[in-house]
Design a protein around this ligand. Structure first.
Ligand SMILES: NC(=O)c1ccc[n+]([C@@H]2O[C@H](COP(=O)([O-])OP(=O)(O)OC[C@H]3O[C@@H](n4cnc5c(N)ncnc54)[C@H](O)[C@@H]3O)[C@@H](O)[C@H]2O)c1
Ligand SMILES: [Zn+2]
Length: 359
């Protein structure tokens, strides 16, 4: 089985991403070229640590590093400022100083949380991402967005903090429960919708053997977009928010942890696809295609009954993407392409209707 190497360009440094099987057991070798200090924290969650921490710790030790394992409770509710503080406190207690580095071993929650801790620890220590979910491998581990939620909204606190190395070991995806496995395909479908029709084609006949190639293609797509617009200023990177405006609001209104991130994004994409039909001329057949794909991965396309439109609208109103009250909504005119809406093109009544239509 071959290992692929991809280089992600960032303003501060480029970093390699290795994609393949069996990488976790010996990624220590890839650290040598980074000239890191000896001490490090392996930050993981209560589901992932029992499965994979031992392998990570042992390859680090064998490569001459001295790792300390820090485990946080699994799930979105851990993505908080207070958990970030506890991780940093644990690192201080372990005697890690500014020469240390951090290894984020887990899904998107650990990547965002441990990444943020690494960004602020002694004003920043090098970060290695070892993503273990489909979302994290196909999306969140690269691009440098780290951060946590507050009661006021998702990802409101954070930092751009690109990793120094990413190890995507596709074997780790084998232990994902079905719900968590499927969830990740929301972001994969998103990448296809905004950038790559062929990827959608490939997903239609999905087989587990295709995973490596799918992860690789998703990382290429994200890497291209991030290299073009790392800080989300030119509009390119904002296209990655397809389905996320309403999706984040749904995720927050449901209460973090009730709907998985990808499930909420699935709902957000249904709403965005319908708005795309109304505002950007997306063909009905292509809308249907998006819905069929989401359903094929058992992702939700209608809202849970007990979630009120009002609660979702309230969280939408707090979204940081609404610069000065201006709604910037990502639309897809045809599969494989995405655009940002013009000012005034999508308004509050449209958003309310889009949420209502999810029933
Ligand atoms: N930074 C970014 O660019 C970016 C992009 C997309 C999503 N995100 C964030 O990612 C998060 C969602 O990521 P996620 O879905 O990976 O969530 P997650 O990290 O909570 O993982 C989902 C569940 O799977 C478990 N798990 C992880 N790996 C496992 C494995 N290999 N085997 C068995 N169980 C495993 C976890 O413990 C958790 O219970 C959200 O917070 C979202 O905001 C960030
Ligand atoms: Zn997402």
């Amino acid at each position: 089985m071959t290992t692929h190497r991809l280089e992600v360009r960032s303003r501060f440094h480029s970093y390699p991403v290795y994609i393949g099987r069996g990488l976790l057991a010996n990624f220590g070798q890839h650290l040598k070229e980074l000239r890191l200090g000896r001490r490090c924290a392996v930050i993981s969650d209560s589901n992932v640590a029992p499965l994979y921490a031992e392998q990570a710790v042992s390859t680090l030790s064998q490569s001459g590093y001295q790792p300390s394992l820090i485990v946080v409770p699994a799930g979105e509710p851990s993505k908080t400022l207070s958990e970030t503080g506890q991780i940093c406190d644990a690192m201080i207690r372990e005697g890690l100083d500014r020469h240390a580095f951090a290894v984020a071993l887990g899904g998107g929650v650990i990547g965002d949380l441990a990444g943020f801790a690494a960004a602020i620890y002694y004003r920043g220590v090098p970060l290695i991402q070892i993503p273990t979910t489909v979302i994290a491998q196909c999306d969140s581990a690269i691009g440098g967005k780290t951060g946590v939620n507050t009661v006021h909204g998702k990802n409101l606190l954070g930092a751009f903090y690109p990793p120094h190395l990413v190890i995507a070991d596709v074997d780790t995806l084998d232990s994902l429960p079905d719900r968590e496995f499927n969830e990740g395909f929301a972001e994969v479908i998103k990448h296809g919708v905004i950038r790559d029709r062929d990827l959608l084609e490939r997903l239609s006949g999905f087989q587990k053997e295709d995973l490596s190639a799918i992860v690789r293609r998703n990382l290429e797509i994200k890497a291209e977009i991030v290299a073009a617009d790392e800080y989300e200023r030119a509009g390119q990177r904002a296209l990655l928010n397809f389905g996320h405006t309403i999706g984040h609001a749904v995720e927050q209104a449901a209460g973090y942890g009730r709907l998985l991130h990808g499930e909420a994004i699935s709902l957000g994409m249904v709403a965005a696809a319908r708005l795309s039909m109304e505002k950007a001329g997306l063909a009905q057949a292509e809308y249907d295609r998006i819905l069929d794909l989401l359903k094929a991965f058992h992702l939700p396309t209608v809202l849970p009954a007990n979630l009120s439109t009002e609660a979702i609208i309230e969280s939408l109103a707090r979204d940081k993407k609404f610069e000065e009250g201006n709604i910037r909504f990502v639309l897809t005119p045809r599969l494989g392409e995405a655009v940002l809406s013009e000012p005034g093109q999508v308004g509050w009544p449209d958003l309310r209707q889009a949420v209502e239509n999810l029933r």
